[in-house]
Ligand binder design. Structure first.
Ligand SMILES: Nc1ncnc2c1ncn2[C@@H]1O[C@H](COP(=O)(O)OP(=O)(O)OP(=O)(O)O)[C@@H](O)[C@H]1O
Ligand SMILES: [Mg+2]
Length: 255
């Protein structure tokens, strides 16, 4: 049996009358490669927002290694080892790539309070940040402003920032969204090369990516878990083809 890192019990979130997330019981194992799929508006991003503390639940609980973290803040969860990327990126676009990573590494290392001056002299932070950029094949962009990079590279910087926090759990909300297909392989390659000990949950609409990367797939429909299984089980489930895969195929056909 695998060890569970992150777990939800009956996790729910309403927006007025809308049940965006309904009684979701979910487990993310240590070292997991887990995909969360489902139609637009299914509640996937809301679910991640509940895991990271961006939103608080209407009901239910979030546990990290068995400890109830439902009441903790976003910042506390980052410290506990939960990092994420966003569906729409949030970078310091006017700063260099290296500066963006240093902020994250310094934050984790506890040097953030008096950030720039000490960090500027803290060669360990710069070294670690450069090392991270090397592993993501971004080293040659270190001194570019984020805004000067092609969008795919910007999304990689986001991944580097999340990794700078040395997370145990990494939540990726459509990491290749908006990236032109000619460039999207750099994101997927980076995701495939993530350290094995990080538990990864990825929201992704591209089924080729899901079936290549994930060992486990959860299908969410209308806020609830519709099915969960191996990629093979999900692919073979005719109901899922109907509610989701069919739609994905149509979407690909129509552009
Ligand atoms: N802050 C909010 N206030 C009100 N309604 C919201 C809010 N955030 C999300 N919703 C609604 O909750 C539902 C779930 O949205 P969510 O963004 O979680 O879906 P999703 O599965 O991530 O969709 P997509 O694949 O399009 O990213 C949608 O109907 C959405 O309009
Ligand atoms: Mg979403």
């Amino acid at each position: 049996m695998s060890e569970t890192r992150l777990e939800t019990r009956a996790l729910s979130r309403n927006f007025g009358a809308l049940k965006a997330v309904q009684a979701v019981n979910f487990k993310l194992d240590a070292g997991a490669r887990h995909a969360l799929i489902g139609p637009n508006g299914a509640g996937k991003t809301t679910f991640i927002n509940l895991l990271t503390g961006v939103l608080s639940p209407s009901h239910g609980r979030v546990l990290l290694e068995g400890r109830d973290i439902t009441g903790t803040t976003q910042a506390e969860r980052v410290k506990l080892g939960i990092a994420r990327t966003f569906q729409i990126n949030r970078l310091f676009r006017g700063l260099s790539v290296l500066e963006n990573i240093c902020i994250s590494v310094a934050e984790r290392a506890g040097a953030a309070a008096s950030m720039f001056y000490p960090a500027g002299r803290r060669t360990d932070i710069i070294d670690e940040s450069m090392h991270l950029l090397h592993t993501l094949k971004l080293a040659e962009t270190a001194h570019y402003r984020v805004s000067e990079l092609p969008y795919g590279r910007q999304r990689l910087v986001e991944l580097a920032i999340a990794l700078g926090l040395k997370p145990e759990v990494l939540l990726l909300d459509e990491p290749a969204a908006g990236v032109p297909s000619a460039e999207s392989h750099i994101i997927l390659d980076a995701i495939e090369r993530l350290p094995n000990d990080i538990a990864v949950l990825i929201i992704e609409h591209d089924m080729d990516v899901v079936f290549r990367f994930a060992e486990r797939v959860t299908v969410m429909v209308s806020g609830a878990v519709f099915a969960e299984g191996t990629p093979r089980e999900i692919e073979a489930n005719p109901q899922i083809r109907e509610v989701y895969l069919g739609q994905a195929v149509q979407r690909a056909d129509h552009g």
